[in-house]
Design a protein. Structure first.
Length: 119
């Protein structure tokens, strides 16, 4: 990916240089290339950090609308448990997983930060 970005930048700079009517010295071209490369480097780091943050954040699921596959992706939730969660819908709040005896308190504690109920 980094190679692709660098290649794109170089092609862009060469295209830009070819389209300008004012001739520039090699030193000006080197300086502009260095500035553009630094900006791309900074942007690339920001994009990589954003991707890392996005992938590391656990996704919050709505108990009233999540699919069986989505529910079974939660820690400790098997396909049969996902079926039980779906069968006990609707939920007014996430704690009802325990009060409706769908999950034990321990099972609920494993997923409580990753589930919600839309009102």
């Amino acid at each position: 990916m980094r190679t692709t970005v660098v290649a794109f930048v170089l092609v862009s700079l060469l295209s830009f240089a070819a389209c300008t009517s004012k001739e520039r010295t090699p030193e000006q071209i080197r300086a502009q290339t260095a500035n553009a490369t630094q900006k791309i480097k900074t942007d690339t780091v920001a994009v990589a950090q954003g991707i890392k943050e996005g992938l590391s954040k656990p996704r919050v699921l709505d108990l009233n609308s999540a699919s069986k596959a989505e529910l079974s992706s939660l820690p400790g939730i098997s396909l049969p448990k996902a079926d039980k969660i779906i069968a006990a819908r609707p939920y007014a709040n996430a704690d009802q997983l325990v009060t409706k005896r769908v999950l034990t308190q321990g099972e609920y504690e494993q997923i409580q930060d990753r589930v919600t109920v839309s009102k």
